[in-house]
Write a protein that binds this ligand. Structure first.
Ligand code: MLT
Ligand code: MN
Ligand code: ZN
Length: 301
């Protein structure tokens, strides 16, 4: 049975950590040179079945930095080359699609997205910089699996909302539609589940994660009103389409009975105190059997 390679390119949420303009408690520690907080780029992972050809899941505005930081993504052959074979996006948030614009310069790759995300990308002419003859746009069916380079990808719907820049009027923050997906990935019997944004942990999600080797899950906020508490914003996690870690409906509690080998938080917002080494919140995460994902983290199954 083949190997299954996973790299966390960006473990942060939109904005990364520290965020360019933020002086919340966590960001301030970083700006002040406190080693308890490390920098994090924005939300993306890379997977491969051979360690040579990689599929990115989400392509963040920090992709250039992420390529620099991860030698397995450096060009390796001839004059023009990239190990990035394909890109799948799980929603159309800026942290997940912004980096597509960096992947211009006449390089072929395949772009996979749901029909809802395709509507957004296809109607925004800035993405036409990715020449259609080189960058194939494929619609990802949410009722089927697709095999790409030896990995079987099975998308599934996850409660979420439309991207911030398309919000109009009253926003449903936990709609189950093709706007937000999670991804189950298998090589043989090895299974990784990736859910960078999730408003509510429902039974379908609990069933899908069962038996996974690795779960990478939305670690945006520890408490729902964390941005308010931090004094940097009015929005709750819920309003942003992200379930909190703590509390009865939170991810720590909800996944506590699941049979999962490794549980790792990703898409961690810069306000989240789990980013402070030694904090009581980070301790609570470790006590519950979770890891705090970090940039350049690599796992081989
Ligand atoms: C989110 O995950 O809530 C979004 O990425 C927020 C954003 O677009 O900045
Ligand atoms: Mn995000
Ligand atoms: Zn901050």
């Amino acid at each position: 049975m083949g190997d299954f390679y996973l790299g966390i390119l960006g473990s942060g949420a939109g904005g990364g950590c520290p965020q360019w303009n933020c002086r919340c408690r966590v960001c301030r520690l970083y700006w002040d040179g406190d080693k308890r907080v490390s920098s994090r780029t924005q939300s993306s992972i890379a997977v491969s079945a051979d360690g040579e050809q990689w599929t990115l899941i989400n392509c963040s505005p920090d992709i250039k930095q992420q390529i620099l930081d991860n030698p397995y993504l450096h060009p390796k052959i001839g004059l023009r080359h990239s190990p990035i074979h394909s890109v799948i996006v799980t929603n159309a948030d800026i942290d997940h699609i912004g980096g597509l614009l960096t992947l211009r310069e006449s390089q072929a790759f395949a772009l996979h997205m749901t029909s809802e995300v395709a509507k957004i990308i296809n109607t925004n002419s800035i993405f036409d910089v990715l020449q259609p003859e080189l960058v194939q746009r494929n619609i990802l069916s949410v009722t089927e699996s697709s095999s790409i380079n030896g990995i079987v990808f099975t998308p599934f719907l996850v409660p979420g909302k439309v991207p911030l820049y398309l919000e109009q009027g009253e926003v449903i923050t936990d709609q189950i539609a093709e706007t937000t997906i999670g991804m189950s990935m298998e090589v043989g019997h090895k299974k990784i589940i990736y859910i960078p944004g999730c408003a509510v942990i429902n039974d379908d999600i609990l069933q899908r994660v069962e038996g996974a080797d690795i779960l990478l899950f939305d670690g945006t906020v520890f408490i729902d009103d964390e941005m308010q508490e931090a004094g940097v914003g009015e929005k709750t996690g819920k309003r942003m389409g992200h379930v909190q870690l703590s509390g009865k409906q939170g991810s720590l509690q909800q996944f506590s009975q699941c049979n999962i080998k490794e549980k790792i938080f990703i898409h961690i917002n810069n306000t989240n105190p789990i980013l402070i080494k030694g904090s009581k919140e980070q301790q609570a995460v470790h006590d519950a059997g979770w890891q705090v994902g970090f940039d350049k983290m690599q796992l081989v199954l």
